[in-house]
Write a protein that binds this ligand. Structure first.
Ligand code: GLN
Length: 261
Protein backbone atom coordinates (compact mmCIF):
# COMPACT_ATOMS: atom_id res chain seq x y z
CA UNK A 1 0.00 0.00 0.00
CA UNK A 2 2.81 2.35 0.97
CA UNK A 3 4.64 1.52 -2.22
CA UNK A 4 1.63 2.30 -4.35
CA UNK A 5 1.19 5.59 -2.58
CA UNK A 6 4.79 6.66 -3.11
CA UNK A 7 4.48 5.68 -6.73
CA UNK A 8 1.44 7.87 -7.11
CA UNK A 9 3.27 10.73 -5.42
CA UNK A 10 6.30 10.42 -7.66
CA UNK A 11 4.20 10.11 -10.80
CA UNK A 12 2.44 13.27 -9.67
CA UNK A 13 5.77 14.97 -9.13
CA UNK A 14 7.13 14.05 -12.56
CA UNK A 15 3.86 15.11 -14.11
CA UNK A 16 4.11 18.40 -12.27
CA UNK A 17 7.70 18.94 -13.41
CA UNK A 18 6.70 18.26 -16.95
CA UNK A 19 3.94 20.78 -16.86
CA UNK A 20 4.60 24.47 -17.19
CA UNK A 21 5.78 26.22 -14.06
CA UNK A 22 2.64 28.27 -14.22
CA UNK A 23 0.06 25.68 -13.41
CA UNK A 24 1.96 23.88 -10.64
CA UNK A 25 3.57 27.01 -9.25
CA UNK A 26 0.14 28.54 -8.89
CA UNK A 27 -0.66 26.20 -6.03
CA UNK A 28 2.16 27.72 -3.96
CA UNK A 29 1.38 31.41 -4.23
CA UNK A 30 -1.64 33.38 -5.24
CA UNK A 31 0.21 35.54 -7.75
CA UNK A 32 3.05 35.11 -10.25
CA UNK A 33 5.38 37.31 -8.21
CA UNK A 34 5.01 37.53 -4.44
CA UNK A 35 3.38 40.75 -3.29
CA UNK A 36 2.49 41.86 -6.81
CA UNK A 37 -0.56 41.80 -9.02
CA UNK A 38 0.74 41.78 -12.58
CA UNK A 39 -1.85 43.05 -15.05
CA UNK A 40 -1.46 42.78 -18.80
CA UNK A 41 -3.26 45.36 -20.90
CA UNK A 42 -3.04 47.17 -24.20
CA UNK A 43 -2.82 50.82 -23.27
CA UNK A 44 -4.38 52.34 -26.38
CA UNK A 45 -7.99 51.91 -25.41
CA UNK A 46 -9.26 55.11 -23.80
CA UNK A 47 -10.91 55.65 -21.38
CA UNK A 48 -10.21 52.11 -20.08
CA UNK A 49 -6.43 52.31 -20.51
CA UNK A 50 -4.22 54.93 -22.07
CA UNK A 51 -1.04 56.85 -21.41
CA UNK A 52 -0.94 60.04 -19.41
CA UNK A 53 2.68 60.98 -20.08
CA UNK A 54 4.34 57.64 -19.40
CA UNK A 55 1.84 56.33 -16.86
CA UNK A 56 -1.00 53.98 -17.82
CA UNK A 57 -4.25 55.42 -16.46
CA UNK A 58 -7.95 54.78 -17.08
CA UNK A 59 -10.89 52.83 -15.71
CA UNK A 60 -9.16 49.44 -15.81
CA UNK A 61 -5.93 50.76 -14.31
CA UNK A 62 -7.85 52.37 -11.43
CA UNK A 63 -10.13 49.41 -10.75
CA UNK A 64 -7.14 47.05 -10.80
CA UNK A 65 -5.33 49.42 -8.43
CA UNK A 66 -8.27 49.36 -6.01
CA UNK A 67 -8.51 45.55 -6.23
CA UNK A 68 -4.76 45.15 -5.65
CA UNK A 69 -5.05 47.44 -2.65
CA UNK A 70 -7.78 45.27 -1.13
CA UNK A 71 -5.66 42.18 -1.71
CA UNK A 72 -2.59 43.81 -0.14
CA UNK A 73 -0.71 43.60 -3.44
CA UNK A 74 1.21 46.12 -5.50
CA UNK A 75 -0.22 46.60 -8.99
CA UNK A 76 2.21 46.31 -11.91
CA UNK A 77 0.83 47.11 -15.36
CA UNK A 78 2.44 45.65 -18.47
CA UNK A 79 1.46 47.12 -21.83
CA UNK A 80 1.41 44.36 -24.48
CA UNK A 81 -0.42 43.55 -27.72
CA UNK A 82 -4.09 42.83 -27.03
CA UNK A 83 -3.76 39.59 -28.93
CA UNK A 84 -1.10 38.22 -26.55
CA UNK A 85 -2.87 38.89 -23.24
CA UNK A 86 -4.83 35.64 -22.94
CA UNK A 87 -1.83 33.46 -23.85
CA UNK A 88 0.29 35.30 -21.27
CA UNK A 89 -2.32 34.77 -18.56
CA UNK A 90 -2.58 31.11 -19.55
CA UNK A 91 1.14 30.44 -19.34
CA UNK A 92 1.60 32.26 -16.04
CA UNK A 93 3.33 35.42 -17.23
CA UNK A 94 0.62 37.72 -15.90
CA UNK A 95 -1.86 37.36 -13.04
CA UNK A 96 -4.69 39.10 -14.81
CA UNK A 97 -5.60 40.49 -18.19
CA UNK A 98 -7.66 43.66 -18.04
CA UNK A 99 -8.14 45.52 -21.27
CA UNK A 100 -11.79 46.32 -21.84
CA UNK A 101 -11.84 42.61 -22.51
CA UNK A 102 -15.14 41.09 -23.54
CA UNK A 103 -16.28 37.82 -22.01
CA UNK A 104 -16.78 35.33 -24.86
CA UNK A 105 -17.52 31.59 -24.89
CA UNK A 106 -14.34 30.95 -26.85
CA UNK A 107 -12.10 32.86 -24.44
CA UNK A 108 -13.76 31.07 -21.52
CA UNK A 109 -12.22 27.85 -22.80
CA UNK A 110 -8.76 29.35 -22.23
CA UNK A 111 -9.15 31.52 -19.11
CA UNK A 112 -11.54 32.28 -16.27
CA UNK A 113 -13.36 35.59 -16.14
CA UNK A 114 -14.12 37.63 -13.04
CA UNK A 115 -17.54 39.18 -12.48
CA UNK A 116 -18.21 41.82 -15.09
CA UNK A 117 -17.62 45.46 -14.22
CA UNK A 118 -18.69 47.30 -17.37
CA UNK A 119 -20.72 47.04 -20.57
CA UNK A 120 -19.21 47.62 -23.98
CA UNK A 121 -20.96 48.12 -27.29
CA UNK A 122 -19.43 47.47 -30.68
CA UNK A 123 -20.06 50.44 -32.93
CA UNK A 124 -19.18 51.45 -36.47
CA UNK A 125 -17.04 54.53 -37.21
CA UNK A 126 -17.21 56.01 -40.73
CA UNK A 127 -16.13 59.25 -42.39
CA UNK A 128 -18.62 62.09 -42.09
CA UNK A 129 -20.91 62.02 -45.12
CA UNK A 130 -20.13 58.36 -45.84
CA UNK A 131 -22.65 56.40 -47.88
CA UNK A 132 -22.52 53.80 -45.09
CA UNK A 133 -25.36 55.09 -42.93
CA UNK A 134 -26.24 51.96 -40.97
CA UNK A 135 -24.90 48.52 -40.06
CA UNK A 136 -26.88 46.80 -42.85
CA UNK A 137 -25.29 49.04 -45.48
CA UNK A 138 -21.87 48.09 -44.09
CA UNK A 139 -22.64 44.37 -44.09
CA UNK A 140 -24.26 44.27 -47.51
CA UNK A 141 -21.80 46.47 -49.43
CA UNK A 142 -18.29 45.77 -50.69
CA UNK A 143 -16.68 47.95 -48.07
CA UNK A 144 -13.37 47.27 -46.31
CA UNK A 145 -13.60 47.19 -42.53
CA UNK A 146 -10.71 47.99 -40.20
CA UNK A 147 -10.50 46.19 -36.85
CA UNK A 148 -8.04 45.68 -34.03
CA UNK A 149 -6.47 42.24 -34.34
CA UNK A 150 -7.92 39.57 -32.06
CA UNK A 151 -10.73 41.72 -30.67
CA UNK A 152 -14.40 40.85 -30.76
CA UNK A 153 -14.81 43.45 -33.54
CA UNK A 154 -12.33 41.36 -35.55
CA UNK A 155 -14.11 38.15 -34.60
CA UNK A 156 -17.57 39.36 -35.61
CA UNK A 157 -16.50 41.08 -38.82
CA UNK A 158 -14.33 38.18 -40.00
CA UNK A 159 -17.18 35.71 -39.65
CA UNK A 160 -19.14 34.79 -42.76
CA UNK A 161 -21.99 37.04 -43.98
CA UNK A 162 -24.59 34.45 -42.94
CA UNK A 163 -23.19 34.73 -39.41
CA UNK A 164 -23.42 38.50 -39.29
CA UNK A 165 -19.91 39.39 -40.48
CA UNK A 166 -18.45 40.60 -43.77
CA UNK A 167 -15.99 37.69 -44.20
CA UNK A 168 -12.17 37.56 -44.02
CA UNK A 169 -11.57 39.13 -47.43
CA UNK A 170 -13.08 42.48 -46.43
CA UNK A 171 -11.40 42.76 -43.03
CA UNK A 172 -8.14 44.67 -42.51
CA UNK A 173 -6.46 44.04 -39.15
CA UNK A 174 -4.37 46.49 -37.15
CA UNK A 175 -2.31 45.98 -33.98
CA UNK A 176 -3.91 49.00 -32.30
CA UNK A 177 -7.37 50.53 -32.49
CA UNK A 178 -5.99 53.97 -33.30
CA UNK A 179 -4.07 52.55 -36.29
CA UNK A 180 -7.41 51.29 -37.66
CA UNK A 181 -8.90 54.75 -37.14
CA UNK A 182 -5.93 56.37 -38.90
CA UNK A 183 -6.48 54.03 -41.87
CA UNK A 184 -10.10 55.20 -41.98
CA UNK A 185 -9.02 58.85 -42.00
CA UNK A 186 -6.63 58.21 -44.86
CA UNK A 187 -9.19 56.20 -46.84
CA UNK A 188 -7.49 52.81 -46.60
CA UNK A 189 -10.63 51.31 -45.04
CA UNK A 190 -14.26 52.44 -45.27
CA UNK A 191 -15.29 51.79 -41.68
CA UNK A 192 -13.90 50.67 -38.31
CA UNK A 193 -15.72 48.36 -35.90
CA UNK A 194 -14.61 48.93 -32.33
CA UNK A 195 -15.91 49.40 -28.77
CA UNK A 196 -18.02 52.52 -28.18
CA UNK A 197 -15.98 54.36 -25.56
CA UNK A 198 -12.64 54.22 -27.39
CA UNK A 199 -14.62 55.01 -30.56
CA UNK A 200 -15.89 58.25 -28.98
CA UNK A 201 -12.41 59.19 -27.91
CA UNK A 202 -10.88 58.43 -31.36
CA UNK A 203 -13.63 60.39 -33.14
CA UNK A 204 -13.09 63.34 -30.80
CA UNK A 205 -9.38 63.43 -31.60
CA UNK A 206 -9.61 62.81 -35.37
CA UNK A 207 -11.50 65.29 -37.52
CA UNK A 208 -14.12 64.21 -40.06
CA UNK A 209 -15.19 60.95 -38.43
CA UNK A 210 -18.52 59.94 -36.96
CA UNK A 211 -20.11 56.99 -35.17
CA UNK A 212 -23.17 55.38 -36.77
CA UNK A 213 -26.23 55.72 -34.56
CA UNK A 214 -27.02 52.01 -34.69
CA UNK A 215 -24.89 49.83 -32.44
CA UNK A 216 -23.67 46.45 -33.59
CA UNK A 217 -23.36 44.18 -30.52
CA UNK A 218 -23.50 44.64 -26.73
CA UNK A 219 -20.86 42.94 -24.57
CA UNK A 220 -19.62 42.60 -20.99
CA UNK A 221 -16.10 43.41 -19.80
CA UNK A 222 -14.24 41.41 -17.16
CA UNK A 223 -10.73 40.56 -15.98
CA UNK A 224 -9.31 37.26 -17.16
CA UNK A 225 -7.39 34.98 -14.79
CA UNK A 226 -5.51 31.69 -15.17
CA UNK A 227 -7.88 28.70 -14.98
CA UNK A 228 -5.73 27.05 -12.27
CA UNK A 229 -5.85 30.07 -10.01
CA UNK A 230 -9.29 29.86 -8.46
CA UNK A 231 -7.95 31.40 -5.25
CA UNK A 232 -7.16 34.66 -7.05
CA UNK A 233 -10.46 34.52 -8.95
CA UNK A 234 -12.43 34.27 -5.71
CA UNK A 235 -10.46 37.04 -4.02
CA UNK A 236 -10.85 39.33 -7.02
CA UNK A 237 -14.59 38.69 -7.23
CA UNK A 238 -14.95 39.44 -3.54
CA UNK A 239 -12.95 42.66 -3.95
CA UNK A 240 -14.99 43.68 -7.01
CA UNK A 241 -18.19 43.13 -5.05
CA UNK A 242 -17.00 45.22 -2.10
CA UNK A 243 -15.72 47.97 -4.37
CA UNK A 244 -19.05 48.04 -6.22
CA UNK A 245 -21.10 48.05 -3.03
CA UNK A 246 -19.09 50.86 -1.42
CA UNK A 247 -19.38 53.00 -4.56
CA UNK A 248 -15.66 52.94 -5.53
CA UNK A 249 -16.11 51.29 -8.96
CA UNK A 250 -19.18 53.37 -9.95
CA UNK A 251 -17.17 56.50 -9.00
CA UNK A 252 -14.17 55.41 -11.12
CA UNK A 253 -16.44 54.78 -14.13
CA UNK A 254 -18.27 58.08 -13.59
CA UNK A 255 -14.93 59.91 -13.46
CA UNK A 256 -13.97 58.70 -16.94
CA UNK A 257 -17.45 58.40 -18.48
CA UNK A 258 -19.59 61.13 -16.90
CA UNK A 259 -23.23 60.09 -17.18
CA UNK A 260 -24.44 63.65 -17.71
CA UNK A 261 -22.12 64.40 -20.57
N1 GLN B 1 -13.78 44.47 -26.11
C1 GLN B 1 -12.97 44.04 -27.21
C2 GLN B 1 -12.48 42.65 -26.98
O1 GLN B 1 -12.47 42.17 -25.89
C3 GLN B 1 -11.80 44.99 -27.48
C4 GLN B 1 -10.82 45.10 -26.39
C5 GLN B 1 -9.60 45.93 -26.73
O2 GLN B 1 -9.35 46.27 -27.87
N2 GLN B 1 -8.82 46.28 -25.77
O3 GLN B 1 -12.11 41.99 -27.89
Amino acid sequence: MKKILSKIVSVGLVFCMGMSLASCGKKKGMTVEKGKLIMATNAFFPPYEYYDNDVVVGIDAEIAGAVANKLGLELEIQDVEFDSIIAGVQNGKYDIGMAGMTVTEDRKKAVNFSSTYAIGVQVVIVKEGSEITDVDALLNGEYKVGVQQGTTGDLYMSSAPEKGGVGESRVVRFAKGNDAVLALSTGKVDAVVIDNEPAKSFVASNEGLTILPTAYVEEEYAMCINKDNSELLEKINQALKELTDDGTIPAIIEKYIPSNG
